[in-house]
Write a protein that binds this ligand. Structure first.
Ligand SMILES: Nc1nc2c(ncn2[C@@H]2O[C@H](COP(=O)(O)OP(=O)(O)OP(=O)(O)O)[C@@H](O)[C@H]2O)c(=O)[nH]1
Length: 199
C-alpha cells in the first residue's frame, strides 16, 4: 500500500527527552545516557491505520539555545509539530509556550500541533500541573499527551492520534474541494444559461 510521507518536527528545551521519544517510537530503545543532539537528527517509521499508511519523517531538533535559529529549517514544511516539555521542569514548560507562539506566527498553515509532557515516570518530582498543560493545549488547539520514553508510556498513542488527525484533515480538505468544485459547477451553469439565452 502507498505510504504518504508526513514531515514531523520535534521541538522543546534541551533535555526534555525529544531524542528519547523518537528512539522509543522508531526503535523501541531507551538510553539513560542519551547524548545531546547537535543540529538535528532524522528517523522515519511507517504507521498503519485501518484505512491508510503514513511514512512519518521525523526531525528531532537540538534543544540547546545555540541551535535555536536552525529550527525554521525543520518546521517550515512540517505537517506536524510536536512540542515537548519535561513534567519535572516548569522552565521547560515556559520554553514550550515560546515555541508554540513561534509556530503559530511563523509555522506553516494547518500545522497539526501536539503538546507532550514527557518523563511521566517521575511523577513525584512533577512541577507542571497536568491541568495547566491540558488547558493550555486546549487553548491553542493542540493534541495533548503525557509520555514516558523510559517506560514506553503514551508514545504509540501520541503517534496514532496524530495519524488519525492527518486522516481527519484529509477528509476535511477533500470536502472543501468538493464544495468549491460544486459551487464552480453551479456558477458556470448559471453563466451558461445566461450565455445560451436565445432571445
Ligand atoms: N526518567 C526519564 N528520563 C528520560 C525520559 N526521556 C528522556 N529521559 C532522559 O533525559 C535526558 C535527556 O534526554 P534526550 O532525549 O537527550 O533529551 P533532548 O530533548 O533530545 O535533549 P537535546 O538533544 O539536548 O535537545 C537523558 O538522560 C534521557 O535518558 C523519560 O521519559 N523518563
Amino acid at each position: 500500500m502507498y505510504a504518504e510521507e508526513i514531515k514531523v518536527v520535534i521541538l522543546g528545551n534541551s533535555g526534555v527527552g525529544k531524542s528519547s521519544i523518537m528512539m522509543r517510537f522508531v526503535k523501541d530503545e531507551f538510553s539513560a545516557t542519551q547524548p545531546t543532539t547537535m543540529g538535528a537528527a532524522f528517523m522515519s517509521k511507517i504507521i498503519k491505520t485501518n484505512d491508510n499508511q503514513f511514512k512519518f519523517q521525523i526531525w528531532d531538533t537540538a534543544g540547546q539555545e545555540k541551535y535555536k535559529s536552525l529550527a525554521p529549517l525543520y518546521y517550515r514544511e512540517a505537517r506536524i509539530g510536536i512540542v515537548v516539555y519535561d513534567i519535572t521542569s516548569l522552565a521547560s514548560f515556559g520554553v514550550l509556550k515560546t515555541w508554540i507562539t513561534e509556530l503559530q506566527k511563523q509555522g506553516p498553515e494547518n500545522l497539526i500541533l501536539a503538546i507532550v509532557g514527557n518523563k511521566s515516570d517521575l511523577q513525584d518530582k512533577q512541577e507542571v500541573p497536568y491541568e495547566d498543560a491540558m488547558n493550555f493545549a486546549k487553548q491553542v488547539d493542540a493534541l495533548f499527551e503525557l509520555t514516558s520514553a523510559k517506560e514506553n508510556r503514551g508514545i504509540n498513542d501520541l503517534f496514532m492520534k496524530l495519524a488519525s488527525k492527518i486522516e481527519q484533515q484529509k477528509i476535511q480538505n477533500s470536502m472543501k474541494k468538493n464544495v468549491s468544485s460544486q459551487s464552480f459547477a453551479v456558477n458556470s451553469n448559471q453563466h451558461n444559461k445566461q450565455g445560451s439565452c436565445p432571445c
